[in-house]
Design a protein. Sequence first.
Length: 364
Amino acid sequence: WLSSDNMHHQWLLLAACFWVIFMFMVASKFITLTFKDPDGYGAKQEPLILTAVTKLEEVHVPEEKHWPEEFQPTGKAFSGNLIRQPLVHMERLELLRNVCRDTALRDLSHTAVSKFVLDRIFVCDKHKILFCQTPKVGNTQWKKVLIVLNGAFSSIEEIPENIVHDHEKNGLPRLSSFSDSEIKKRLNLYFKFFIVRDPFERLISAFKDKFVHNPRFEPWYRHEIAPGIIRKYRKNRTETKGLQFEDFVRYLGDPNHRWLDVQFGDHIIHWVTYVELCAPCEITYSVIGHHETLEDDAPYILKAAGIDHLVSYPTIPPGITVYNRTKVERYFSGISKRDIRRLYARFEGDFKLFGYREPDFLLN
């Protein structure tokens, strides 16, 4: 009986040993998986950490290819002949250069670096950054980032909304406020960027914001600009309803639109081309962000400019940057092919320079 009892205890002891060994192996595997890649683990916790669509890669620039000095930002993204940059951003810049060289598109891709352009470019001297404003692509948030970097406010949360666009109070100078020599120096040496989005979707956003929702502090869009467009471009003059998207498209696609643009002044910045706003073929930009990939592009831009440790881009609401094909097709569904083709002809440079596909409803 005693022998049987001892054997029972031995079996229990042996089972306990196996259990301890098994738990140790499980714990060891868990620790290995958890701490194998601390950078990857951290990226899951921080949504604004750089997580570009393509992996960060080292690209060797061929010796015979000389990159202009002003092309290289002052940030950390460049080192000697190795350009550490997601391939998607290099491809965007390469596409831009190729389209700029296309003589058939010269009139649609080139513009003078005039005061109108220099007024669109905001300056952060402290960190050597130039930002060209392209309205209706989330520029308010970028202006907040630069306002903080310039030291006017210590954090983005502290900036009152009415201050962001008040350029006498937000501490954000325009490039046009400097002398010619100072402008040239900054264009040559500073990190330069701007943001684009699908050109037609941007026009829809501008129309909705300025002529449909029309905030009360901007009454001139509804009471001055809209009537001017209606008088010139509405076919049925007996209609009394406000500006329709069809009227807006006719105005924008008219080859003689400039006579109205002059009357509207700088308010046209919400719908003129990216070419007219930022002169991308004349100014060598360091990065071009896309609204559709802003979740990846925003942290990349901060890192490339060397300021990612100082400020973060404000949280992007889910789905807000996704291209809405259904919405675009709905807005253009009642508009004649002739008017749409005229509109595309004006914005073709923007489509080609930044890799946006010609709309399907133009091909059908």
